[in-house]
Design a protein around this ligand. Structure first.
Ligand code: AMP
Ligand code: MG
Length: 518
């Protein structure tokens, strides 16, 4: 039994219209809406750690009453169902009202330690914000969200979590590549969990509509509920100090994404969490060969706005849009600019610290920038697998460095051969830099392995789990979840989960190309 305390609906203005039809919602931040029941809910997977954190017994979670709730077929005592209203900048342009088109909250639960979590069903049917879409989600994208959000958590990357993955027994029609080929796919519902699902876009919409009262209410609520430590600041300073905090958190998040090789794929402002969490797992991807220009999202292929290397810059652009919204009610609008200064400082400091650890240095020194840049250029030019490279680098003997130690991280023999001399020279420079630290091998390897995961949710692995689940066998979902619980630890017998992307997956849908259709 969980305890619910639904502050958002209690403290923020809601929509008076209780009918479930698509509409513009003015003067309110949420709309009451019930999930649409499904015919045959079946619990395919769950996160036992997330259940534990909530204070939910695993047996209870798999009981018919809970599975019904997790599928959107019933509300349990204390739950309340609603969808929230937000807007956003999509691919650089203002997109007006968006909102929770297929996410329905079940309320806010508070665990024994007093921690608050919002529960949210993704794919539980239409809401007033669904526009022309169906409010549903397909199994493939639900598996991807379920697995990746848990994997990110274990990697130490701030993220929303996933409690459960339920199949609905109903089909959902999707035209995966928007090319006139709609097909029926199995439907699913993920129950997501986060202290707050509030996005930048929640603030942008009332600001764009000139509704300063509503914007003020949302800001006050968010600070009071999600940033209580900010309440200590004077009323004049509180807003910009809070914005600085958001900038710092976002900068730290970007450092993490760059560290682990995660590409979000749709960094629209409606997909940016006010808490600095990774949110909305859609056409995301993991960098295989190190390519700063790579984007997993087919919609983004032409512009590459959301490619790997541009993520820190785009996050900052998104923060600028948030600042514009907040400026409308800021007592000291000029002070918001401090946020960008802190963003740059925080990102640069975080990048140095993190990449110093990834490359093995005890601490960053100024000339390391050149060594690292040269390293990146070679990794890109020689098509080297990012995850595998950093893990193998820790195995190189710094007294007698040999490129052969890194050989398995290369995708193409001809590129290895072409860059062999340059790579060997670079490795010698790196080894000499390493020797200057005078550190024991043990502590160096420990530091490198703590910054460089051995296992990430490689795109093709997620796709294999999806293919098997669609055939009726969910075993690989469970196995992946288990492997990814310990991403930094070598797991005997599980080497295949760290294997480089196989050649068949290089251009395969779901493995390197993903669409927003989900
Ligand atoms: P996304 O690009 O997935 O972050 O979604 C952008 C907007 O489209 C959000 O407002 C979503 O709620 C909405 N949306 C995406 N897919 C659906 C769907 N199947 N039904 C209703 N709304 C959707
Ligand atoms: Mg979204």
């Amino acid at each position: 039994m969980l305890h619910f305390d639904n502050r958002l609906v209690r403290e923020l203005p809601g929509d008076g219209d209780v009918r479930n039809h698509p509409r513009q919602v003015l003067g309110a931040l949420w709309s009451p809406v019930m999930p649409t029941p499904v015919v045959a809910p079946c619990l395919l997977a769950h996160s036992r750690e997330m259940a534990q954190e909530l204070g939910l017994d695993e047996h209870e979670l798999s009981s018919p009453a809970w599975v019904a709730a997790l599928a959107g077929n019933a509300l349990l005592p204390g739950m309340t169902a609603y969808a929230t209203c937000y807007g956003g900048h999509q691919f650089g342009s203002w997109a007006r009202q968006l909102g929770d088109g297929r996410a329905i909250f079940l309320g806010e639960t508070v665990n024994r330690a007093g921690q608050r979590f919002e529960l949210q069903l993704k794919g539980a049917g239409p809401t007033p914000y669904s526009r022309h879409a169906d409010g549903r989600a397909v199994l493939r994208s639900s598996i991807r969200e379920f697995l990746c959000s848990e994997a990110m958590h274990y990697l130490g990357v701030p993220t929303t979590r996933a409690l459960s993955l339920v199949t609905t027994g109903e089909a959902v029609v999707r035209d995966m590549f928007y090319d006139g080929n709609p097909v029926e796919e199995p439907g699913a519902v993920v129950c997501r969990v986060a202290p707050s699902f509030i996005r930048f876009g929640h603030f942008e919409l009332p600001a764009a509509r000139g509704d300063a009262v509503l914007l003020r209410q949302l800001v006050d609520f968010t600070i009071a509920r999600d940033f209580p430590e900010m309440m200590a600041a004077s009323e004049v300073e509180r807003l910009w100090r809070w914005f600085v905090e958001i900038c710092e958190r976002t900068a730290r998040l970007m450092v993490h994404w760059m560290r682990v090789g995660f590409v979000h794929g749709v960094m629209n402002t409606d997909n940016m969490s006010i808490l600095g969490l990774t949110i909305d797992y859609g056409p995301y991807g993991w960098v295989d060969d190190f390519d700063p220009g790579w984007t997993p999202n087919t919609t983004d292929a032409a512009g590459r706005r959301y490619c790997f290397g541009r993520q820190p810059e785009i996050a900052r652009w998104n923060l600028e849009r948030l600042a514009e919204a907040l400026a409308q009610i800021a007592p000291e609008p000029g002070a918001l600019a401090l946020g960008f200064e802190r963003y740059d400082e925080c990102y640069n400091a975080g990048f140095r610290e993190t990449f110093a650890a990834k490359f093995g240095f005890v601490a960053w020194r100024e000339p390391d920038a050149v060594l690292i840049e040269d390293g990146f250029t070679l990794l890109h030019g020689a098509e080297v697998d990012m995850t595998s490279f950093f893990r193998r680098l820790a195995l190189v003997d710094i007294e007698a460095p040999e490129l052969a130690t890194l050989r398995d991280a290369f995708y193409r023999a001809e590129l290895f051969a072409r860059h062999e001399a340059d790579l060997t020279a670079w490795l010698a420079r790196w080894a000499s830099r390493m020797r200057s630290d005078n550190e024991s091998e043990e502590s160096r390897v420990a530091r490198m392995n703590a910054a460089n995961p051995r296992y990430v949710l490689r795109n093709y692995l997620a796709q294999q789990a999806i293919d098997r689940a669609e055939q009726g066998d969910p075993a690989m979902i469970h196995e992946l979840l288990d492997v990814l619980r310990h991403p930094y630890t070598e797991q005997a017998g599980r080497e295949s989960f760290a294997a480089l992307r196989p050649e068949w997956a290089r251009h395969k849908a779901g493995c390197s190309m993903l669409s927003c259709s989900s």
